[in-house]
Ligand binder design. Structure first.
Ligand code: SAT
Ligand code: MN
Length: 590
C-alpha cells in the first residue's frame, strides 16, 4: 500500500495539535490509509490519474477543453441541503430563528455514530488550508479531513492548501476543524453541522460543493461570521470587483447576492463597447472578509483561491471572460456531453448534448441536459479579469457595498441608502426568489438578508447589531446600495439587459461616491434620475427605464409591512436602530 509511505511524510510533525486530532479521527473512522496533502501539482496530477482510472472522473475533449475533467455526482446529491444544515450552539437563541439548531452534545453524539468506521476501505485525506493570502493577517486557517478525493481536488483549487497552510497553523496554533465523509450519500443520513463555539464542522453524507468543500460556506461564512463578530470584522456572501474608470482610477465594490443570482458574472463583467475606457478586475466572486482599516475605510480580502460557479447560461455573449476561463484546467460537475466529448450546458449556442448530466442518452422529456446547478471549479488565476490585488495582504479598500436579490417587481433597479444605519436596514430587508443552488422549490420569494440567510452562523438579530457596530467604527464608511437586475414587465419579460450593462449602475454608484452623480430622493432612498445613468448605446426605452426606477407606494407599503413582520420575528435580539429606520421609512412613504 502506498499508504505507509504517505503516513511517513514529515507533515504531521509540523503541528502536534493537528496530528493528535487526525489520530483521534483515524480511531473513529478506521481508514485504510492516511494521506496528508502537500498542495503540490504532482499531488493533484496523481489524484486525478487515480480518479480517471477508477472512473470517478472523465477526461474531456483534449483539443477543445485541455486539462478539463467531468465528475458526476449522485443524482440525489446536487445542491446544498439547507434543511439538513445546523448551527449547534449551547443556547438555541444564539443560532437564532434564521438557523436550524441542535444541542452540540446531541449533534456530536449523532454524528459520532455516523462517522464510526465510515472510512474502512477508504483513504483519509488531511487538507490543511488557508482562507486568504497566505501572508495576510486577515486570513484564517482550517484543516479538512475527508474521505473524498473529489473534495480534495476541489479544495486544492478553491483554497491555498498544503504545507504552507500547515506551517501557518503550526505557528499560530488556531484552526477550524472540518470533518467530512461522503458516507453512503444517503439523504436520510446526511447532516451538515457547525459548532461555532468550538470552531468546528462535521459534514456527513454529501459530496456536493457547499456541503462538502468545508473551506467555503461552512468555514468562510458560517464559522467565520461567528469569528468575525468576536474579532470585530465581517464575513460576507459578497463578490469583490475593481472598476477602473476612463481616467484610470480603480475603485472596489463588494456585492451580496443569493446563490445563483449572477455574482460570478458581475465579478468578471465585460464593459459594453458603448462605455469605452472602463476596465474590470475580479478580486473575488463569492465571499468577502471585510475589516475596518486604520484609515477608517473598510478593507476586503477574498478568502478563496478559485471559483465554484454555475455553468448553465455561460456563453461568449453573456460573459466571454467566464467562457474563456473554463476552457482549460477546469473540473466540471454534472454537465452534459456532446458526441465528441465536449462539455455541454443550457445556454450554449453551439454543439448538442448526447449524454445528460447523469450519463444517460439525452432525452429532453427528462428535463435539461446539464443539471441547473452544474458547476465549474477553476483556479481564480484562469480568469482573464483576475486582479493581482487579490493577493494583497491588506486587501482592497471598498467604496460601495451592494445588496441584491431576484425580484420580478417591487425592488427598483437601484437605490442608495441614506447612511450606514439605513443601509443595514436595506440589507436586512432583501428578499429574493430561490434558485437551484439549494435543494427545494425554485422561484419562491423569501427574505434573504445580506444574501446570508443560509450562511450566517448566528442569530441575525445579533448579526445586524454587529453590522451597526462595525459601521460606527468607520470614519469613511462605504456607501450602501440595493440593486435588482431581475425586474420584469407585465408580460414577464426582463426590463433590464443585465450582464455587462450592469456596469452603468455601478458607474453611477462610483459617481455618487465621488460626489459627482445626481440622484432623486424617494421614501426608500436615493434613486438615479434617467439623466444620471450613462445610457449611451443602451437599448432600453424610456418606458422600461421609468418602470425600472419606479417606487410604487402601494407595493412598498405592503413590502414594509412584510419587512416589519419578518424583523419582529427576531424579538428582543433585533436592534432598536433598525426599527427606528423602518419607522422613518414608513413615515416617509405615508
Ligand atoms: O454550493 S455552494 O454553496 O458552494 C454554491 C452556492 O450555493 O453558493
Ligand atoms: Mn455563493
Amino acid at each position: 500500500m502506498a499508504t505507509a509511505a504517505h503516513m511517513l511524510t514529515p507533515l504531521p510533525r509540523l503541528s502536534r495539535t493537528v496530528a493528535e486530532w487526525v489520530e483521534s479521527v483515524r480511531e473513529l473512522t478506521q481508514p485504510r490509509a492516511i494521506q496528508w496533502c502537500e498542495g503540490t501539482e504532482a499531488e493533484a496530477r496523481e489524484l486525478t490519474a487515480q480518479l480517471l482510472k477508477n472512473g470517478e472522473l472523465k477526461a474531456l475533449n483534449e483539443q477543445h477543453f485541455p486539462g478539463c475533467h467531468l465528475a458526476r455526482s449522485a443524482p440525489n446529491d446536487v445542491a446544498r441541503v439547507e434543511h439538513l444544515t445546523y448551527i449547534c450552539t449551547r443556547s438555541p437563541e444564539d443560532a437564532g430563528p434564521n438557523n436550524n439548531w441542535m444541542d452540540p452534545q446531541q449533534a456530536h453524539a449523532k454524528l459520532r455514530e455516523l462517522f464510526r468506521g465510515c472510512m474502512r476501505e477508504r483513504t483519509l485525506y488531511v487538507i490543511p488550508y488557508c482562507m486568504g493570502p497566505i501572508d495576510s493577517p486577515l486570513s484564517r486557517c482550517g484543516v479538512e479531513i475527508t474521505d473524498s478525493p473529489y473534495v480534495v481536488l476541489n479544495m486544492l483549487i478553491m483554497t491555498r492548501a498544503g504545507r504552507a497552510a500547515l506551517e501557518r497553523i503550526a505557528q499560530n496554533g488556531s484552526f477550524v476543524r472540518g470533518l467530512h465523509s461522503t458516507g453512503e450519500l444517503d439523504p436520510e443520513r446526511r447532516f451538515i453541522m457547525h459548532f461555532p463555539e468550538e470552531l468546528s464542522i462535521e459534514s456527513f453524507g454529501s459530496g456536493y460543493g457547499g456541503n462538502a468543500l468545508l473551506g467555503k460556506k461552512c468555514h468562510a461564512l458560517r464559522i467565520a461570521s461567528w469569528q468575525a463578530r468576536t474579532e470585530g470584522w465581517l464575513a460576507e456572501h459578497m463578490l469583490i470587483v475593481g472598476l477602473q474608470n476612463p481616467s484610470g482610477e480603480t475603485h472596489y465594490v463588494a456585492c451580496a447576492f443569493p446563490s445563483g443570482c449572477g455574482k460570478t458574472n458581475l465579478a468578471m463583467l465585460i464593459p459594453p463597447g458603448s462605455l469605452p475606457g472602463w476596465r474590470v478586475f475580479t478580486v473575488g466572486d463569492d465571499i468577502a472578509w471585510l475589516h475596518p482599516g486604520a484609515d477608517g475605510r473598510l478593507w476586503a480580502i477574498n478568502p478563496e483561491a478559485g471559483l465554484f460557479g454555475v455553468v448553465p447560461g455561460t456563453n461568449p455573449d453573456t460573459n466571454r471572460n467566464a467562457y474563456e476561463m473554463i476552457r482549460r484546467d477546469t473540473l466540471f460537475t454534472n454537465v452534459a456531453l456532446t458526441a465528441d466529448n465536449q462539455p455541454w450546458w443550457e445556454g450554449l449556442t453551439t454543439g448538442k448534448p448526447v449524454l445528460d448530466w447523469q450519463g444517460r442518452r439525452y432525452d429532453p422529456a427528462r428535463g435539461p441536459a446539464a443539471h441547473p446547478n452544474s458547476r465549474f471549479t477553476v483556479s481564480a488565476r484562469r480568469n482573464p479579469a483576475w486582479s493581482p490585488h487579490s493577493e494583497d495582504a491588506c486587501g482592497v479598500p471598498i467604496s460601495a457595498l451592494v445588496f441584491g436579490g431576484r425580484r420580478r417587481e417591487v425592488a427598483p433597479l437601484v437605490y442608495e441608502a441614506r447612511d450606514w444605519q439605513h443601509g443595514v436596514l436595506v440589507g436586512a430587508s432583501v428578499a429574493s426568489e430561490t434558485t437551484a443552488a439549494a435543494v427545494g422549490q425554485v422561484g419562491v420569494t423569501r427574505r434573504d438578508p445580506m444574501a446570508m440567510k443560509p450562511f450566517c452562523g448566528y442569530n441575525f438579530g445579533d448579526y445586524w447589531q454587529h453590522w451597526l457596530s462595525v459601521g460606527a467604527r468607520l470614519a469613511r464608511p462605504p456607501r450602501i446600495y440595493q440593486v435588482n437586475w431581475f425586474r420584469r414587465d407585465a408580460q414577464g419579460k426582463f426590463l433590464w439587459p443585465g450582464y455587462g450593462e450592469n456596469l452603468r449602475v455601478l458607474a453611477w454608484m462610483l459617481g455618487r461616491c465621488a460626489g459627482k452623480a445626481g440622484a432623486v430622493e424617494s421614501a426608500i432612498g436615493w434613486l438615479p434620475g434617467p439623466q444620471d445613468l450613462d445610457l449611451r448605446g443602451l437599448n432600453v426605452g424610456p418606458e422600461a427605464l421609468a418602470a425600472l426606477l419606479t417606487v410604487d407606494p402601494g407595493l412598498w407599503r405592503k413590502e414594509l409591512a412584510e419587512i416589519r413582520e419578518y424583523l419582529s420575528s427576531y424579538g428582543n435580539r433585533l436592534p432598536a436602530a433598525l426599527l427606528t429606520e423602518l419607522k422613518n421609512t414608513e413615515q416617509r412613504l405615508a
